[in-house]
Write a protein that binds this ligand. Structure first.
Ligand code: ADE
Length: 420
């Protein structure tokens, strides 16, 4: 096979072993893969996936392939690709794969173009790059498209903006909306893997540090919880009064970012928005402050602005740690070029949560095919039955039993006459 662009095919064996290791923690995906292998629900369909090239994604790709899909994978971030996994996908499963850790933006976009040359019936996005590019530059592909799936909050924000403008010309299923996705992946996955990325990049002790969590969505909640668990004093900044109140009652200090900027040791953005750490924040930060992002795009920290206020070029003081020296000699450390630190410096969310996220992806793709004639050009949630079934399968795989309502309890819940 020569339809790929990866770092080094010789890394395939190591990649395959790590993919197998992840598979052990993905029992729901295993069951789906086994059913897909028998039923072939995606037979004859071209699927282009733009996802982080990780061991967990590899397990999803294999399940889709076994389900009959003609699959192509391209990276959804220039810094998140695991090169050994890309090699294994090409070598072992003959899945055309495009992604090299550290690739430049030109290569990244070229790979997106190749993924679209595959003429997908189904797109699978993490950040909406495939769907956005189709609508901007490749509209001829819309004729054959059945629909798309979207993994992440940032992508959903983009897609809902398109739908509101009536610009969206294909149905898309928001995997991120599924409770078996965001309750676990966004909260426990981002919580753990972001801490993992910050620690792998810096090796700093979190105990006793002031850790500023910027954005208290599901990801921010998870990160705040885990930073507190490691002994940091956690400060939360928010723009949404409800989330700010929740953070306060969860026991965190809440304040505007302009105040937090003066006291923080470590900052992490998880907002999906632009320039949430801006130049006037750098101006008041402590010497040695560490700044990271765990949102999808590298726009949350104003790095070009920081570069402008710095003397000379930043110094790479450790892998993934660039030190900017600003006017008065203070140093600000930016992790992973402001790209999502959990995938840049660590391995992303652990397999056990990706098991549920990717079960949603696989079943959403199947749902798109089965319901192609009934879907409008809109953003849909994952059907509640699919969500509940994934939770049931996960519990069963973990060996956990739960109670069922008695007949009397069902009757009580359905009646309104009974009470005081
Ligand atoms: N997003 C966050 N963690 C991930 C992982 N391990 N694989 C794919 N996408 C991810």
């Amino acid at each position: 096979m020569n339809n790929y662009d990866i770092k080094d095919i010789n890394q395939a064996e190591g990649g395959r072993r790590r993919i197998d290791w992840a598979e052990r923690e993905m029992p729901v995906m295993r069951q789906i893969r086994e059913r897909f292998a028998k039923e072939k629900p995606l037979k004859g369909l071209r699927v282009s996936a733009c996802l982080h090239v990780t061991t967990e994604t590899a397990n999803l790709m294999v399940a889709l392939q076994e389900g009959g899909a003609d699959i192509l994978l391209t990276a959804s971030n220039p810094l998140s690709t695991q090169d050994d996994v890309a090699a294994a996908l090409v070598n072992q499963w003959e899945i055309p794969t495009f992604g090299i850790k550290g690739e430049d933006d030109v290569t990244y976009k070229k790979h997106i173009g190749i993924a679209l040359d595959h003429k997908p019936h189904i797109t699978m996005d993490d950040g909406a790059d495939l769907v956005a590019t189709i609508h901007k530059d490749r509209r001829e592909l819309l004729d054959e498209i059945v629909g798309g799936t979207e993994e992440t909050t940032t992508g959903i924000i983009r897609l809902r903006a398109m739908a509101a403008d009536k610009a969206l010309k294909m149905p898309v299923i928001s995997v991120n909306d599924a409770m078996t996705k965001h309750f676990f992946d966004n909260r426990y996955g981002t919580g753990q893997s972001t801490i993992d990325g910050i620690i792998r990049a810096t090796n700093i002790l979190l105990a006793g540090k002031v850790f500023v969590v910027i954005g208290y969505g599901w990801c921010g909640r998870g990160l705040a919880m885990r930073a507190r668990g490691l002994g940091s004093q956690v400060v939360v900044t928010e723009v949404d009064p409800l989330k700010a109140l929740e953070a306060l009652m969860d026991g965190y200090q809440v304040m505007p970012i302009a105040e937090a900027a003066k006291i923080g040791d470590i900052f992490c953005t998880l907002t999906g928005d632009i320039n949430v750490i801006d130049t006037h924040h750098f101006e008041v930060m402590k010497d040695g402050a560490i700044v990271a992002n765990s949102g999808h795009f590298n726009v949350e920290i104003n790095i070009p602005g920081l570069a402008e206020m710095s003397k000379g070029k930043p110094k790479l003081v450790r892998p993934y740690v660039e030190e900017y020296e600003i006017g008065d000699g203070r140093k600000i450390n930016v992790l992973g070029e402001g790209r999502l630190i959990n995938l840049a410096a660590a391995e992303g969310h652990p397999a056990s949560v990706m098991d549920m996220s990717f079960a949603n992806q696989a079943l959403a793709a199947e749902y798109l095919v089965m319901n192609a004639d009934n879907l409008d050009n809109n953003v849909y949630s994952v059907p509640a039955e699919i969500d509940a079934e994934i939770a049931r399968m996960k519990l069963e795989a973990m060996g956990i039993e739960i109670d069922v309502l008695t007949g009397e309890q069902v009757k009580y819940l359905n009646s309104w006459e009974e009470g005081t």
